[in-house]
Design a binder for this molecule. Structure first.
Ligand code: ATP
Ligand code: MG
Length: 195
């Protein structure tokens, strides 16, 4: 089975994530998409606004209704800082019969050389890269060992970010359609990102 892992802070998960995951699934012929919230993302200076539990619940709600999608809580369950190398090693030990790919947006493609132990990561897994407004998918800028492990797949530009959603929420502005309805409802009930 071929599994696409989409990691993220998902603070909150939004339609951009879901479109990217679905494009990757179809274009790269993946059997399943596992949406995986990070516990503590190593590359972010601000800690997530919502708790790990809240981000996990929103991921599960967003995955509902797509039979190819599911949430995976491996990083949240492990706790601490979520380094991809640890996760990949764990996944490959736990599911030796699966072939994994990491699904990432263009901002993360640009940032790949800075990933903790990227030289080890690219030996274990390949990446599926998708366009994102404001970032380049110019693979030539990447070292060869990384570049050759990134497959680009077409993606309509979607200018949605969790940062923008948190900002809208703080301004009491609507985020309807930027997130799935169930995620919107969850944010309202739990009064997330209201200030
Ligand atoms: P924040 O603004 O808080 O950083 P974000 O919208 O960037 O949130 P993340 O959880 O940081 O969301 O991103 C998880 C993954 O999803 C990353 O690989 C990122 O590149 C990708 N991604 C997020 N939004 C988009 C988008 N609109 N188009 C393509 N890829 C995206
Ligand atoms: Mg981000």
């Amino acid at each position: 089975m071929r599994v696409g892992i989409m990691g993220g802070t998902f603070d909150p998960i939004h339609t951009g994530h879901l479109i990217a995951a679905e494009r990757a699934r179809v274009e790269a012929g993946l059997d399943e998409i596992w949406l995986m919230p990070a516990n503590v993302p190593p590359h972010k200076t601000n800690k997530p606004r919502a708790t790990s539990h809240e981000r996990w619940e929103m991921v599960c709600l967003a995955a509902e209704g797509n039979p190819f999608f599911r949430g995976i809580d491996i990083e949240i369950h492990k706790g601490g800082v979520s380094y991809s190398i640890d996760t990949i090693e764990l996944l490959q030990r736990q599911y030796p019969e699966h072939e994994f790919a990491y699904i990432i947006g263009a901002d993360m493609v640009e940032y790949l050389p800075q990933w903790h132990r990227i030289d080890d990561i690219v030996r274990l897994i390949h990446f599926i890269g998708l366009a994102r407004p404001g970032y380049s998918l110019e693979l030539n800028a990447l070292p060869e060992a990384i570049r050759t492990r990134v497959q680009l797949v077409p993606m309509p530009m979607v200018e949605i970010s969790s940062t923008a959603i948190r900002k809208y929420r703080a301004e009491q502005a609507s985020v309807r359609y930027l997130v799935p309805d169930k995620v919107l409802h969850y944010m309202e009930v739990n009064r997330l990102y209201e200030s």
